[in-house]
Design a protein around this ligand. Sequence first.
Ligand code: C5J
Length: 225
Amino acid sequence: MIQLVAEPAPIGIDLKRTALVIIDMQRDFLEPGGFGETLGNDVSLLKAAVEPCRQVLAAARKAGILVIHTREGHSPDMNDAPPAKVARGAPSKRIGDVGPMGRILIQGEPGHDIIPELYPIAGEPVIDKPGKGAFYATNLGLILANRGIENLLVCGVTTEVCVNTTVREGNDRGFRCIVLSDCCASYFPEFHQMGLAMIKAQGGIFGWVAGSKQLLSAMGRELAA
Ligand code: C5J
């Protein structure tokens, strides 16, 4: 059990019933030439989350916490890609088009892969999801239930899109969701701030927000005890 300094209030969490969920830290979102850039975003804004995320991932692995990675994307035949999603906006390239990292947001292509700094190791489930939320059309809920997980430590990109959607889905399913603020990022710094504010407002309407340093020091105390 660790006592975590968080907003809107401190929270005690049992690490044996906790999973670290790293959302969509894929080359398609973080590197030039991928999905994020085709939408007109400055992908360098997401870099800030990588090192805090790497530190939390290393600590979670050391502590034996279940680590789950997610990837947004679609099968090569794009049967799972809603036409309304593919047609959205005016990107320079659409989902399925060929870019410098292969077909945009398509499973098996270099751009769809997770960045090297946070690459999954054997035994860590990787959830491929066609939507923004990690519970929608995936077996994430089943994996968490089978492992007796009650708490989710959530990292990844982008704060207001896939992180927020997953937290809302998780909250409705009864999970305590703790978003690690500096382990998340957005192409829009103001959306990052508001995305976190929406989670912790109203007494934690969707969950809690804490910094990676708070988590690491609470875990350090637990491991030293
Ligand atoms: C987006 C995501 N932003 N992973 N996906 O389209 O947040």
